[in-house]
Design a binder for this molecule. Structure first.
Ligand code: SF4
Ligand code: SF4
Length: 104
């Protein structure tokens, strides 16, 4: 049995950011710039491949079903965990607020 991780269908992602706080590993981050030609006014969220452990905690958090599970090849040389795709610049997300007892 191989490991899994998640991927985001960019055209289905509205950039609502709901999923970000469901990831304990900071593997979901918003792009810093909205890609040209995108139909949604807000930039999408991407999966930081080397941070995703495949826990699937985020899957049910997306109102548009943009998140889906993908299998990771068992051969380590092909795994995105070790050979992540080139990643565009992302925004910094503040997960904790001052005096907070949980994520923002
Ligand atoms: S599967 Fe787990 S580690 Fe990967 S993005 Fe979702 S919540 Fe984060
Ligand atoms: S919850 Fe879904 S639509 Fe919202 S940012 Fe995450 S992937 Fe995109």
């Amino acid at each position: 049995m191989g490991q899994s991780m998640v991927a985001i269908i960019e055209e289905d992602c509205t950039g609502c950011d709901l999923c970000i706080y469901h990831c304990p590993f900071e593997a979901l981050l918003p792009l810093a710039v909205n890609p040209s030609g995108r139909t949604h006014p807000k930039r999408p969220v991407i999966v930081v491949e080397q941070n995703c452990v495949g826990c699937l905690s985020c899957i049910g958090s997306c109102p548009t079903d943009a998140l889906h599970e993908v299998g990771v090849p068992p051969i380590s040389l092909e795994s995105p965990l070790l050979n992540p795709s080139a990643q565009e610049e992302t925004e910094v997300v503040k997960r904790w607020r001052k005096r907070a007892t949980r994520w923002a």
